[in-house]
Design a binder for this molecule. Structure first.
Ligand SMILES: [Ca+2]
Ligand SMILES: [Ca+2]
Length: 210
């Protein structure tokens, strides 16, 4: 007797195999993790670009101001140590928190990296300040934003970004958070002095982060 099509058992086996394969594909590819990783890569690239730009400013301007358009008093060692952020509402212990909706990306000293890059003779190396790809609110979980602080005496600076992928987070395959030489092992720190900013992730500074 000749059979046409599949028997029920055959169909069930095929469906079962397909189910296993599709689960395996999701486990291997994990689209959500890939998106997180791609945003983290952007964060690393953004802070690298900014670090280079600030370094360029420091060596090419005779009187550098790294804490606003004409002051260094908003750096640690000055009268009003300030922490600039790309979102509203970040508070960080002894630092005054600064955020401007209207000028957060500006390169004239009013942005979250408070340096007047337009002061450079050859023009600014960057057109605008990058923001975190997610730039979520200061109290959301995870909190995803950038911060900047400076040191008046050394003319040094530090920026932070929060990694969200398993790959780049603390303990991950390419852990950049705990191996950057800074003093917070759950944040990526970049700059020329990595111990200027808050030393813990408490008091609303990346609360409960990992
Ligand atoms: Ca993290
Ligand atoms: Ca770190």
């Amino acid at each position: 007797m000749s059979q046409k099509g599949f028997t029920l058992i055959e169909l069930l086996i095929v469906i079962g195999i397909l189910a296993i394969l599709s689960t395996a594909m999701v486990l291997v590819i994990n689209p959500a993790e890939l998106l997180r990783r791609s945003r983290d890569t952007q964060r690393l690239s953004d802070l690298s670009t900014l670090k280079t730009a600030v370094g360029y400013y420091l060596v090419n301007v005779s009187t550098p101001y790294i804490g606003g358009s004409s002051t260094n008093d908003t750096c640690v060692g000055g009268t009003t140590p300030t922490l600039w952020a790309t979102v509203f509402g970040v508070s960080a212990g002894t630092f005054t928190s600064s955020y401007s909706t209207t000028s957060v990306s500006k390169i004239d000293g009013s942005g979250w990296v408070p340096i007047d890059f337009a002061d450079l003779t050859g023009g600014s190396p960057i057109g605008s300040l990058p923001l975190d790809p997610s730039n979520t609110s200061a109290t959301s979980t995870p909190s995803l934003y950038y911060t900047y602080v400076c040191n008046k005496d050394n003319l040094t600076f530090e920026m932070t970004a929060n990694m969200e992928s398993d790959y780049y987070e603390k303990g991950g395959t390419n852990d950049v958070e705990s191996k950057d030489g800074g003093d917070i092992d759950t944040l990526y720190e970049s700059g020329t002095e990595l111990t200027i900013g808050p030393t813990s992730t408490s008091t609303n500074f990346y609360p409960g982060d990992d």
